[in-house]
Design a protein around this ligand. Sequence first.
Ligand code: LLP
Length: 418
Amino acid sequence: MHSSVSINDNQRIMENVPLRAIVQQYGSPCYAYSKKAISENFLDYQQAMGSRDHLICYAVKSNSNIAVLQTLAKLGAGFDIVSVGELERVLMAGGDPAKVVYSGVAKTAEEMRRALEVGIHCFNVESESELRLLNQTAAETNQLAPVSLRVNPDVDAKTHPYISTGLKENKFGIDISRAQEVYQQAAQMENISVVGVDCHIGSQLTDITPFIEAMQHLLVLVDRLAELGIKLKHIDIGGGLGVRYQNEVVPSLASYMQALEPLLKDRSETLVMEPGRSITANAGILLTQVQVIKKNGDKNFAIVDAAMNDMLRPALYDAWMDINAVEVITDSEEADYDVVGPVCETGDFLAKDRTLSITEGDYLYLSSAGAYGFTMSSNYNSRPRVAEVMIDGNQTHLIRARESIEDLIRGEQLIKEQ
Ligand code: LLP
């Protein structure tokens, strides 16, 4: 995966722009993304597919800024969405609705109506109730809803339990042992058109074996359905590969495709993938400034102006993310720090036990922050959400303004005195 920061003349830069210049222009904290890295990461997927019929549907939840979606739409990406909000973002960014797959465990009738109206590629349906609701909703407007059933293949993705989704005990998908029956029901429904099958077993996978195992399970089902006269057009294997945050050894896309090849070689179905993290994570950073350095007991704390509300991954998953000073050379002495935010929670940390040479006022950057960073941010502690910047060669574009106090209270109202 292409990452975003390099060193040039003792300066850390993203594409051709020094990180210091970005944070000084747009303020701290802010997210910065490399347009080149996002594009290359996406094109790697396209390329790895070779001559196989495919559709790469970028998982919008990983980074949904409309400028990111626009960049990918221009390259011909499809999109994996999980809400009507994400759908509207894709449309606003110029994405093609015919390349949209709609995932999610409980879509509402209203969301279904909008997706039918714009003509998406398919609904990834996760339960019989959802299937019935979709059939009913499509009937209202006399439409045929394209459906792929998300099956739960009961495969252990061996990732963090919160982001493991393909086990029987998880809430996701239809138990694969029941899938045939549900397909048969779907095939009978007047306003449903069965087009595919999909699964998503988890995120941040650093081993391709679970993907291969899941594909094997899907193919058995696809063949059984064909014998019953239900012919599927596409097979969707779900999210993409994991990324390197620390020292994970991440398999290449080429090796993933190579491992799939023997399974898919004589098949005509379109292969669909829904990568998110591997397209945006290493293309983005979170810039932050050291506000206070203090010592409590034996521990050194660097309190920075970014917090768990800006980047939740360390607090929620105990995720390890790399953090470094923006200046390559500093006069400060090395020490071990916990890098924490100003939010009133002990869980508010970005990194623990890191050796850094820093002093108050210095800028730091958290690496691999382009995926599940801004999209998981919140206004907790009434902190305005930060700015997002897209770097393109020598140019910088503000793609989301920092929130103001007015933004913070938008929609709130005082109770009128009687
Ligand atoms: N498709 C579906 C149906 C998904 O649920 C997901 C991610 C993806 C695709 C994209 O997977 P990826 O290529 O990014 O691995 N917030 C967590 C990750 C949650 C992933 C949820 N689903 C984190 O920060 O690690």
